[in-house]
Each structure stands twice: as C-alpha cells, then as structure tokens.
Write a protein that binds this ligand. Structure first.
Ligand code: SAM
Ligand code: SF4
Length: 326
C-alpha cells in the first residue's frame, strides 16, 4: 500500500482494547475514561478478518497495543492466528508489563517477536504516582527481565517529563548497560488534555544523557520498525533510543496506520482522519470492497502532523492516548 505522497505503508498498530489496569498521568484522567461499550468493540473474528485484509494489502508488521493489550481475552490465540497469516513478518506488543509474566511463554510460542514495556521511573513511590496504582514497579521490572530471558526483542519505553523523572533518565538508560535491550525516551505528546508543557525534546534529552553517560555514538543496528534513533554509550551492551515525534518529526518516512478498538482506521496519530471499518464488516461487505475503502482512505493520510502548533488546526483527535494506542 502506498499513500499519495508515495510512502509505503506496511505497519499496522492495532489497539485491541480501550481498557487498562493503570491510569498513567500522561495518558488518561485520574478516574479513567468511560469504557467503550462492549458492542462497539471489534469482536475477535472481526479483528482477525480486518488484519488478514490488511496483510493481503501489504501490511507486514503488526503491533498490538491498547489500552492495555494484556487485559483483552484471547490475546495468545490472536497472536497465533496473526502469526499464521501469509505476509506477516513481525508481531510486536506495547504493554505496561503488569500481566505479561503469566502470558510470556504462550505469547512467545504463539509467535510474538518483540515487546515494548513502558517504564517511566525506577522509584517505587514515583511509579505509583505516575501510574496511579500501588506497588507494581517490581512486577514491571520482573516483566522486563523475563521478556529478555525469553529471548524476545525487548525494549523499554520511557516518557521523559520535566520535573517528574528528568532526574533519573540516565539511571533508566543504564538498564541497557549490561543487557541487550533498547531503552527509548519518548517526547511527551499533546494527545488528550495533559501537562505536556513537561515535554523534554530530543536535543535537551541527549544533552542530559551525555552529561551522565558520556559521548553517544549513533547505533545503526535496527531494533524495530519504528522511528527511534539509537545511540550506544561507551561500554553499553544495549542501546539508548529517542523517539522525537514532536521536535524532529519523522512524518516523511511514516510507514504506519492505526486501528482503534472500535475498528476506526486512523491515518495519523494527531488527526481524526480515517475510515470506520466496523460498519462495513458488520454489513457484510466483501473483502474486496473493504480493501477499496482502505485504499481510498489512504489518499487522506496527512502529509505531516502539526503538534507544535496544534491549537490552530482542524480535525484534531481529542481522544486520550489510551483510546488510540500510542
Ligand atoms: N498500555 C500499554 C503501555 O502503556 O505500554 C500500551 C498503550 S500506551 C497508550 C502506548 C505508549 O504510549 C506507552 O509507551 C505510553 O508511555 C505512551 N504514551 C501514552 N500517552 C503518551 C503521551 N501523551 N505522550 C507520549 N507517549 C505517551
Ligand atoms: Fe494504560 Fe498504557 Fe495509558 Fe498507562 S500508558 S494508562 S498503561 S494505556
């Protein structure tokens, strides 16, 4: 699949649920958000059918996300079925890690290739404050260790926040010192209504890291299909990445589209532009008809996001990140 700017789209992020067992401060309000009604969520067979259609259109890489993907029932079976689809090369998942340990063996066996685990602090009290839960940091640290031991391509995602975790970014990066994992810092994005004034952009982030870790040589070895740029501090086995969606937008090489739990094909993280695929599936349109809808919608994929001056724009998606999947 190609969009009108000639970008090849081969990566689909599938948000399998809007539900989550955390309430992260940058992702949703303290009381959470009203759940999408069960009937509005794509059923298992509908989800599989759409993913198969995408695979036939040229999608090679699937990332399962949420909400928290591990709270969706049937996740292992879903991974197995996606793995068996012709054309699919990698299946990855972004998770908060809490429920991962009990699922890891089965997910690996079903064909999961890599896992990104979100972790914004190594301090217990701070972890509780950020996730608005109690006592879960050791479980998430365990999940990271176990995923790595299981042989999955394991990455840690950390949202860098001024005044929240900027005093420990080098410590978090140091998780990659003696282990072959990628620790990636994500720029806080203005999705939903949160304190994104806390964002720390790439150049400042790298300066902060250099002041503790020394020179950062760029690490060209690939760790995924995403836009992270990786660096290898001296003496590190793993690498440290930065995902600078805000300050150094990577829209010209964007290879992705997203599907929400309700089956909305979302063409850009920032905009509410796309096509509803749930109705066509429920109205029994043929695969070919659904493919035409998808291909036609690609013409409306925005050329780039405008997060930095978003206040002036139209068609902005006002939903929280947990409804979009990151
Ligand atoms: N629940 C899973 C998790 O936390 O990894 C998957 C869904 S979560 C929405 C996906 C990713 O988006 C996480 O790594 C999270 O840190 C990130 N995220 C959420 N809100 C964000 C924001 N406002 N800016 C940047 N990243 C954000
Ligand atoms: Fe849940 Fe992930 Fe959002 Fe945190 S970032 S509230 S774990 S969906």
């Amino acid at each position: 699949m190609k969009d009108r700017y000639g970008r090849v789209i081969d990566y689909l992020r599938v948000s399998v649920t809007d539900r989550c067992n955390f309430r992260c401060v940058y992702c949703m309000p303290p009381d959470g958000i009203p759940s999408v009604s069960h009937d509005d969520i794509l059923r298992y067979e509908e989800l599989l059918r759409l993913i198969r259609i995408f695979a036939e259109l040229g999608i090679k890489h699937i990332r399962l996300t949420g909400g928290e993907p591990t709270v969706r029932r049937g996740l292992v079976k879903l991974v197995r079925e996606i793995h068996d689809m012709p054309g699919i090369e990698t299946i990855s998942m972004t998770t908060n890690g809490l429920l991962l340990p009990t699922l890891l063996d089965d997910l690996k066996d079903a064909g999961l290739t890599s896992v990104n685990i979100s972790l914004d602090t190594l301090k217990e009290e701070r972890f509780d404050e950020i996730t608005r839960t109690t006592g879960n940091l050791p479980k998430v640290l365990d999940a990271i260790r176990l995923a790595e031991e299981e042989g999955l391509n394991t990455k840690v995602n950390c949202v860098a926040m001024r005044g929240v975790n900027d005093d420990e970014l080098a410590d978090i990066a140091a998780m990659a010192k003696d282990r072959n994992i990628g620790v990636r810092f994500i720029e806080y994005m203005p999705i939903g209504k949160h304190d994104y004034e806390q964002a720390i952009y790439k150049d400042e982030l790298l300066d902060l890291l250099r002041s503790s870790l020394g020179e950062l040589a760029e690490d060209p070895s690939p760790r995924g299909n995403g836009p992270a740029v990786y660096y290898k501090p001296e003496g590190f086995q793993g690498s440290v990445g930065v995902i600078s969606a805000m300050s150094h937008a990577f829209c010209d090489t964007c290879n992705r589209v997203r599907m929400t739990p309700e089956g909305f094909l979302k063409l850009c993280l920032q905009y509410d532009v796309g096509v509803n695929l749930r109705s066509p599936v429920r109205q029994d349109l043929t695969d070919d008809q659904i493919k035409q809808l998808i291909l036609a919608s690609l013409d409306r994929k925005p050329e780039h996001h405008t997060f930095l001056d978003y206040a002036e724009k139209q068609d902005i998606d006002t939903r929280d990140m947990s409804l979009i999947g990151g």
